[in-house]
Design a protein around this ligand. Structure first.
Ligand code: SF4
Ligand code: F3S
Length: 265
């Protein structure tokens, strides 16, 4: 019996910390195993693939040729423009590899704040001249899935949604509205304390112990759009604010340069 072919996905990792892949492996719905065994053919991912060296690069080239115009390109990490030699794979600069792979892609999913907006490598003074995928590729649909890293089920959920229904509705920063349509502050369980003017002033005062709002300790929840307060992390266990630390705005462009994680906005 001939089986229907699973759609090809090519995943490229540039200037990144592998945190996005770490997050991907923790997705529970769909799980990574469910995704790669049942839904997609992950033809290249240099952390997860079994092949290495020439065999790995041939797998990428073969998939690009065989599925030209149809594969989904996923990118994590930013791209250095100041000196293409800052970051290379198999001797190929990130810039050249991105352009070549983007040419045959049906769409690009930029996973993580580095791929979506430049992220940590772009933080002042941006020593590598880091830019985002959408700074370079202008002729393909791009879905931004920011976060440092993004929530596991948001990564797999966006891939599954694209393969099932096509492009999701996006906000002005290219993020799927289903996951990034509301601010952390909109859905935060500490919001009633904010409304009543009850704020923790230090991390160990009575307000902090009573679970009051973390705004005065630098929480960026009011200007950060992400699903942490609803989907949460670790299979729905918790999220940064629930563990006692303010949101640092990791799904927003330039969050490293906001002016201090512990300064109120
Ligand atoms: Fe808003 Fe942050 Fe306070 Fe939650 S802890 S209510 S997100 S300011
Ligand atoms: Fe990032 Fe804020 Fe969520 S720091 S992980 S967007 S609560």
């Amino acid at each position: 019996l001939e089986q229907a072919k699973r759609p090809s996905v090519i995943w490229l990792s540039f200037q990144e910390c592998t945190g996005c892949t770490e997050s991907l492996t923790r997705s529970h719905s769909p799980s990574l195993e469910g995704l790669i065994f049942d839904a997609i053919s992950l033809d290249y991912h240099h952390t997860l693939q079994a092949a290495s060296g020439d065999a790995a690069e041939h797998a990428r080239e073969d998939a690009m040729k065989e599925h030209y115009g149809k594969y989904v390109l996923v990118v994590d990490g930013s791209i250095p423009l100041d000196n293409p030699g800052y970051s290379t794979i198999a001797g190929i600069s990130n810039l050249d590899m991105l352009k070549e792979a983007a040419a045959g892609a049906a769409a690009i999913i930029a996973v993580g704040t580095c791929a979506a907006y430049g992220g940590l490598p772009k933080a002042d003074p941006n020593p590598t001249g880091a830019v985002s995928v959408s700074d370079i590729i202008k002729d393909k649909p791009i879905i931004n899935v920011p976060g440092c890293p993004p929530i596991p089920v948001v990564i797999t959920g966006v891939i599954a949604h694209f393969l099932t229904f096509g492009l999701p509705e996006l906000d002005s920063l290219g993020r799927p509205k289903a996951f990034y349509g509301q601010s952390i502050h909109d859905r935060c369980y500490r919001r009633p304390f904010y409304e009543r003017g009850l704020f923790a002033e230090t991390f160990d005062d009575e307000g902090a112990k009573a679970g009051w709002c973390l705004y005065k300790l630098g929480c960026k929840g009011p200007v950060t759009y992400n699903a942490c307060a609803t989907t949460k992390w670790n299979d729905g266990t918790s999220f940064p604010i629930e563990s006692g630390h303010g949101c640092i705005g990791c799904s927003e462009p330039n969050f490293w340069d906001f002016g201090g994680f512990y300064k109120a906005i």
